[in-house]
Ligand binder design. Structure first.
Ligand SMILES: [Zn+2]
Ligand SMILES: [Zn+2]
Length: 346
């Protein structure tokens, strides 16, 4: 199969013909029809992810068709249209047994713990636990855009953040995760304040339902600006970027008893950011993490997409062929463009 692959961190990724994968006994091989390019892939390529063993094929936001099925798989057959969360559970640990596959103690992550989907085929383990059936009207490109940033935002806003109608929700950072959070929170009836330092992203946030925007470069204090706009602070705030500044601003912009959800990854030099903990105590703030979303929660998200309440296709920026994957991967840290880049028919 043709694949985008690297054998040293920070070395230029290459297009190579690699052996086709065989299905694991409890898994399937998916013929990839669309796969998103994500900042997590860039972190992996940079060597920030300890799970990755070289050589490596990145890619974890995939949609496609089941090509081959292992002997222990019961729910899936060749030709099924599927996607998969970026964190796959084992199905047997305490967390999986209580429905929290997104924090499984023995995770399978395509594109991190195993070879991923910047390739014509990808092997997916524990298929009965982790595959999600795609409804017929949902195209593969949109489906691929759900697997990581959109699903992560759905869980962060709906499950971890518990956003409610009429509440003020601040979203710090309007990349893929942030713009998805804006759309999802607005769909729930919340009033959204989007924060970024790029005008085009703030304009897109407005078009996706943000009631107000804050340009972080134009105000001396982002938290004070959000407090002014919201009459005392946000009920819920998300750091959708994953940076010490946005994390600090997100906690600081909350009203009393507000909820901060950390969605953006804080890696490498940013792994231990300063938190205004005195404010957390004095205001009884709630701090939560959010890490992907289990396969069984896709049903609620897919139902809102089918009803037209959510429109993830608006967040797809451009589609590219696999030949452009190396360049797209290595430039993911430069924030250019808006929306999700999706590799089609690799
Ligand atoms: Zn598990
Ligand atoms: Zn991702």
């Amino acid at each position: 199969m043709l694949a985008c692959y690297f054998d040293a961190f920070r070395a230029p990724p290459r297009l190579e013909t690699l052996p086709d994968p065989a299905p694991p006994a409890d898994g399937v091989v998916v013929r990839v029809l669309a796969t998103g390019v994500c900042r997590s892939d860039w972190h992996g390529w940079m060597g920030h992810d300890p799970d990755i063993r070289l050589p490596h094929v990145p890619g974890h936001e995939l949609a496609g068709v089941v090509e081959a099925v292992g002997p222990e798989v019961r729910r899936w057959r060749r030709g099924d249209r599927v996607t998969v969360p970026f964190v796959c559970g084992c199905g047997g640990c305490h967390e999986c047994r209580t429905g929290n596959h997104q924090v499984c103690e023995d995770q399978f992550q395509p594109g991190f713990t195993h070879w991923g989907s910047f390739a014509r085929f990808v092997a997916i383990h524990r298929a009965d636990v982790n595959l999600v059936a795609l409804p017929e009207p949902l195209d593969f490109t949109t489906a691929a855009s759900l697997g990581c940033r959109y699903a992560t935002s759905f869980r962060a806003v709906v499950d971890q953040g518990r956003a409610g109608p009429g509440e003020w929700v601040a979203v710090h950072g309007c990349g893929g995760v942030g713009l998805a959070a804006v759309q999802i929170a607005a769909a729930l009836g919340a009033r959204v304040v989007a924060v970024d330092i790029a005008e085009d992203k703030l304009a897109l946030a407005r078009s996706l339902g943000a009631a107000a925007v804050v340009d972080g470069r134009a105000v001396p204090d982002v938290a004070a600006a959000v407090a002014d706009l919201t009459g005392g602070g946000a009920h819920l705030s998300l750091d959708a970027l994953g940076h010490p500044k946005t994390c600090f601003d997100s906690v600081s912009c909350l009203r009393r008893r507000g909820r901060h959800v950390q969605v953006g990854l804080l890696l490498d030099a940013h792994a231990a950011p300063p938190i205004p903990m005195a404010r957390v105590i004095a205001r009884e703030l709630e701090l939560r993490g959010s890490h992907g979303m289990a396969a069984h929660r896709y049903e609620a998200m897919l139902a809102m997409i089918a009803a037209g309440t959510l429109a993830p296709q608006k967040l797809v920026g451009r589609t590219i062929p696999l030949a452009e994957a190396p360049g797209a991967l290595t430039s993911m840290d430069r924030f250019q463009g808006t929306g999700v880049t999706v590799i089609v028919e690799p």
